[in-house]
Design a protein around this ligand. Sequence first.
Ligand code: 13P
Length: 249
Amino acid sequence: MRKPIIAGNWKMNNTPAQAKELLEGLKPLIAGNEATEAAVCVPAILIGTVKEAMEGSQIHLGAENMHWEEKGAFTGEISPVMLNAFDVEYVIIGHSERRQYFAETDETVNKKVLSALAHGLKPIMCVGETLEQREAGVTDELVCGQVEKGLAGVECIDNVVIAYEPVWAIGTGKTATADEANRVCGIIRDKVGQMLGEEAAAKIRIQYGGSMNPKNVAELMAQPNIDGGLIGGAALKAEDFAALVNNQR
Ligand code: 13P
């Protein structure tokens, strides 16, 4: 049985004071919810603050990115060892914004996924097509290619989460229909099965991301291949994020 995981991706939002306020609001709203795993993936500079502010809650801590090397001359980067020092559990890898604005490729995504796993971190690996690619009819092929290249060399899927985020649905208010989101998540699951076997396919948690909100969460989460959500905008409001987490209760 796959435990649903609702993870916030704060992106480049919140000061330490705002982060504390958001978490103080969120904690009582989701307290005692054992049915769903709730995580917040936050900007590196907020990790210390968030770790402290969420103490005593069941919220899991995540980062939004990392470099694959442990240390060295990589100005501005954060290493897996640094994340380990703050007991970070999850790390988003290969978000479409990083692929689009920061030149990340399937190859760098793969290096990061392997490094995260080697350092005991749980990668949330993002895949998804742009509107152009969808209209060109290459969604399935593209997403399968991203999964295949991103997970190359991964032997154990237990700590991996995949987020299917159609780029055209991110921050636009446009959601993939629940049927279509489920269909693509199913294709991703099949791909994992081809690579790592049926047990891995049955185990891997696959999130949907892209304008998930309190209104559409129930329909999306009712789909058999969708095990959670990676949440942007709605993760910035305690009530909205809590409504997504509590959907499974
Ligand atoms: P929105 O929920 O704002 O569409 O963002 C989704 C996302 O990119 C999460 O990683």
